[in-house]
Design a binder for this molecule. Structure first.
Ligand SMILES: NC(=O)c1ccc[n+]([C@@H]2O[C@H](COP(=O)([O-])OP(=O)(O)OC[C@H]3O[C@@H](n4cnc5c(N)ncnc54)[C@H](O)[C@@H]3O)[C@@H](O)[C@H]2O)c1
Length: 261
């Protein structure tokens, strides 16, 4: 896939790693510009240094609106404006309603939901100045369906999907499109299981129709399509990218069980 992003500039939260970093690489290698807004200074600066003409790093905590406003201002100063935002900063956290520390609930909601809202709030005034733009919020399959033990993550990601719909309604008149992408199991630092618990990974892979995890680049391909004019009539919706994981109703795999008897 080859989309030309010449003279286009994007804010990429979480752009120092994983899906965000793959998106930054795509943009920078296809003529576009990006400002990485991320907590991880070392990785963010290293990625920006690979593309000195096209990428800047702005140290940013997405739970702080002022820092996101500064990141958008940096994009406008460095590259002459802003054409969109990819809001990928996020994290997961295991915990049920009764066993999760309250501060953990607030942390996940703050980063995964408030962080997306703040990034949209900071970027929309810039997009209006450009006559429109495209916002892609990175939600999750975990916002479409529930997981065991991910109470805060499931709540935050579901909220991001519906928030994206309201963004599209409220700002369609500004020629701003808003979409959410919902990845399933993508092999990034986020899904590295400490101590490599093979049983956990096997269970995950068994649940995926394609039998493998996705790559950050495969999700970036979807994101850049949604940013581009090729997606000019797509807004207010979520797109699942999960190798078929969400298509199952979790019945046992009877053919596989019978064939192994
Ligand atoms: N990897 C998956 O399987 C998967 C599946 C579904 C959804 N997602 C979502 O995709 C997004 C990207 O995940 P990834 O897999 O690339 O993970 P990742 O850990 O590789 O990247 C996440 C980035 O977000 C940054 N970040 C975290 N908290 C931040 C904060 N407060 N302020 C600024 N930056 C912050 C991290 O420093 C990191 O660079 C997340 O929102 C995640 O929930 C990932």
């Amino acid at each position: 896939m080859n989309i030309d992003f010449s003279n286009k500039t994007y804010l990429v939260t979480g752009g120092a790693s994983g899906i965000g970093a793959a998106t930054v690489r795509y943009l920078a290698t296809h003529g576009g510009n990006a400002v990485i807004a991320d907590l991880n200074r070392e990785a963010g600066e290293a990625l920006a240094a690979e593309f000195p003409q096209h990428v800047r790093f702005h140290p940013t905590d997405v739970t702080e609106l002022d820092q996101l406003i500064a990141a958008c201002d940096l994009a406008a100063e460095s590259f002459g404006g802003l054409d969109g935002a990819v809001n990928s900063a996020g994290l997961g956290s295991l915990g049920t309603t009764t066993d999760m520390p309250l501060e953990e609930w607030h942390k996940v909601i703050n980063i995964d939901l408030h962080g997306v809202f703040y990034a949209c709030r900071a970027s929309i005034p810039h997009l209006r100045k450009r006559g429109g733009g495209s916002i892609v919020n990175v939600a999750s399959l975990s916002g479409v369906r529930a997981d065991h033990g991910f109470a805060a993550y499931n709540a935050a990601k579901a909220a991001v999907i519906n928030y994206t719909r309201t963004l599209a309604l409220d700002h369609g008149g500004d020629n701003i499109r808003a979409t959410a992408v919902c990845p399933g199991f993508i092999e990034t630092p986020l899904t590295e299981i400490p101590g490599s618990i093979d049983a956990v990974k096997d269970a995950w892979l068994n649940a995926i129709a394609l039998g493998r995890g996705g790559s950050a680049e495969e999700v970036a391909n979807l994101i850049v399509f949604l940013l581009s004019p090729a997606a000019s009539y797509i807004t207010g919706t979520e797109v699942v990218i999960d190798g078929g994981m969400g298509s199952s109703n979790n019945q046992p795999n009877l053919p596989r069980i019978f064939s192994s008897m």
